[in-house]
Design a protein around this ligand. Sequence first.
Ligand code: ADP
Ligand code: MG
Length: 314
Amino acid sequence: MTDQELAIKIRGLKKTYAADGASKPKEALKGVDLSIPRGSIFGLLGPNGAGKSTTINIIAGIVDKTAGSVEVWGFDIDKDIRNAKANIGIVPQEINFDVYFTPYEMLELYAGLYGIPKNERRSDEILEAMRLVEQRDAYTRFLSGGMKRRLLVGKAMVHNPPILVLDEPTAGVDVELRQHIWQYVRELNEKGVTIVLTTHYLEEAEELCDEIAIINHGELVICEKTPNLLKQLDEKMVVITPVNVINKVPQVLSDIGGKLNEEGDIVIHFSPSSITVGEILKKVSETDIEIADLKTEESDLEDIFLQLTKTIET
Ligand code: ADP
Ligand code: MG
């Protein structure tokens, strides 16, 4: 992929937070590379503390990086932060804004900060898209959590950026609102906006994203198109050691991908979603093979996921 096709290009990104009185220095990012294609919905997946927000905040120009480079829509944040910022809208993880403005005033204020002339502002259009027309002139402090989150998305869109970054858009929101946010994200993407979202829910990344990068402890674990990632997640292996040496895999087993290895074991790679170990054993029993030993092994990625899930739960 050429650089012109990338929305965001990150190379060797490192971040060490300085020590303060109570804590040691924290190496939050240990050299991360990411290539986020234009037009995609890209998911940055990882457990709490993985370094997702740090990555996002560096892209947004809110946190200083320790090393590495970041380009936003072709603009290096070190050389041209102005243009980098003009091409991106960030919806932060924390909801914090001045609650004494109305949604309309807030959008106007931010459009003003971006230097957008009054006749080019789209505040009412954004309110409509965010389903906040009725709340246009209400005080923001009276909005529900879901409305506030929608307003944050709207606020990130006042300058019509080609990239929208959402940091944990659905953390702590109810199922209904989550569906709402997903739908809106899809609509924006269909209009051509590149979406980057962080999440610690695999399910969310699976549902929404074309491509998923997993980070853990400040390192990139894997980055794949979603179907490829799921394929790898779904793969298991069973190794059958026959009592008697065989020199050919019986047809019923070669039909499901069975192959002989050097030790004379039958090795079968399979997807648990399409066949179970029990079904495989049933097929073995249809042959005259006597089983001396049987092992099942999971792919490495699944181990990674187990670890990820463990970290999330603790
Ligand atoms: P995530 O968003 O994936 O949950 P973060 O990027 O927020 O992860 O945090 C990554 C690591 O950096 C964590 O160990 C976190 O405690 C630490 N960290 C984040 N922000 C700061 C900060 N301002 N000062 C010191 N450490 C921080
Ligand atoms: Mg975070």
